[in-house]
Structures are given as C-alpha cells and as structure tokens.
Design a protein around this ligand. Sequence first.
Ligand SMILES: [Zn+2]
Length: 341
Amino acid sequence: MQAITLTTRGAAGVALREIPRPAEVPGHVRVRMLAASVNRVDLYMRDSGAGITHRLPQVMGVDGAGEVISAPADSGLAPGTRVVLYPAVFCGLCRACLSGEQALCHHVRILGEHRDGTFAEEISVPVRAVLPVPPEADPVQAAVLGVAYLTAWRMVFGPGAAAGPGRTVLVQGAGGGVACAAVQLALIAGARVIAATTGAEKIAYFQSVGAETLDYRETDIAREVLAMTGGEGADLVVDSVGERSWPASLRAAARGGHVVTCGATTGGHPSAEIQRLFVRQLSVRGSTLGSVEEFRRLLRCWLDGRLLPRIDSCFPLAEVPRAFDRLDDPARLGKIAIRIA
Ligand SMILES: [Zn+2]
C-alpha cells in the first residue's frame, strides 16, 4: 500500500512510499483510510521526535477517518462502517484508563508518534480506538476532529470550564488549527470570544462567526482585553503559541482566571511570573487531546450540525509535504486536511 513514511529526520525523510499492509492482529480493526489531517506534532516528529519512544521508518499522521475493512465478529463493526479514529491507542486497564482518562494512559501509543499513523491507505488499531459515524458523515470533516478539535474541546470544556455564558474567552494565535477550533467551541458554549490574530481575511472570518478580534501586530493584547472587559480580563485564555504570547496571556487573565496551553510553537520557556500567578490566583493548565468520552461528545456536537469544522485546505496523500508547508503559512486559517481515498 501507499503511505507517507518518515525514514530519516528532516523534510528529505518524508515521502510517499510503497510499504506492506498492516498484519492481521486479534482484537484489531483494519480500516481503509479516507482522510486525515496534518498537525504541528507531525513537524516535531519529522524534525526531532526527541522524548517520544518510536522507531523509524514510521508511517506519519495522528488523526483520521475511514471505513472498516474487517473487525472482530463481536465488535459490531461491519465491513464498510464509517469510523473516526481516536488518536491514541490505550490499554484500557491502567489507573488512567479506568478513570476515563485514556489520553493519559500509562501505556499510551499515539498514532504517528509512538507507532504507525494515519497517512496510509490502511491502518490497524484496537477496536476500542475507533468510533463509528453514520455513512453520510463527511470523512474530511471527521478526520480533522481527532487531534485539534478534541484538544480544543478539553481546553474549553475541561477542568475549570470557564467558557460559559457571561464569560470571556481570549484565544491567542486564532488562525491555528486548535485555536480556531477553540474559538468555535467557546462560541458554542455561549461565551464572549476575543480572537487575537492578524490579517484582514482572518479578522473578517472571526467577526463573521461572532467573535471579537484584536490584531496582535497592532495592539497590546493584554491592555486591550482589560479595556474591553472593564478591567476584569478574560476568564479563560487559550494559548497554543507559547513564549511569544504567554506574557500577554497571563496579563490578560482575570483574577481567578484560567490560562490553558497546548502548544509552544514559538518556544517553551517564558517567564512563569509566579507572583502574578498567586496574587491573582490564576490557574495554569496543560492540555493535550481528550478522553474517549469527550471525543464522543465532540462527534455528537458535529453530527448534530452544531459545529462545522473550519478547513483551510485539503491536499492529496502524496502532497503531505506541501500540507506541512501550509502549516507555517501566515494566511492559513483552520485545519489542513489530507484526502486519502
Ligand atoms: Zn491505560
């Protein structure tokens, strides 16, 4: 089968190659992949992969959707069933799994990180790592939900959930996949949403969906958020930018507010500003992915028509390297999808 594999570090190691189909494994479902999406972690795997136990060559790609080829008889998954992949394979037995926190599984193996991923014509995963969706569900939309939207879901609705009606949510670098998802989900939650972004098209988009906007190239974000909220600040700040936006995120947070991070594209070592944290009683939370139950609720929200994933662009499987380039394009707005079949 054809797959995008990583053989050596760097862009030169990424290519469409012919590899064997995955072997039959008891308890696993074989899925014909229809779509996937690119995520920033793909670039981390491409360029470093440090701290993540894995072996090259490896099939890249963390999220995706497809169609069941074959599954164990007792799984209820008939051939042809449309499924969305939960991005992590989990044991189901450890303390984290038993408390419903599958993304924190002690033996977690994230697709495209710890094991072969989704940029392939076929994948084999344990039955518990797929969720069925109706046959008419759009596979490209389904594919972009698994990482970015699930991560945003937990950032917005997870512990400390500070995004309901009457609350203000600031989303930094709102054009990115997770950030754009967070804007959409916080609006669904009924919050007042301030999207910090730049560029006329992105500003027009966020205003059209009901968010207020600030251009971070022209504005002191923290000062402006405080002015817009009568000096109170944002109840929830969603930050996937990292070092560049972090000082403003802390200054823009309301007393007792929450700052949630899921990424550090611009660096991971800003000042902790410990005095500000305790004096203003801020909560700082790290977040990545979400539980299977959160994924189920996200899919329900999408299938009910309450959420339309924002898709920036869609590339064929062979053009994953171009899709990676698009991740860093300042004009990019939302998710970059990969059409496989
Ligand atoms: Zn586990």
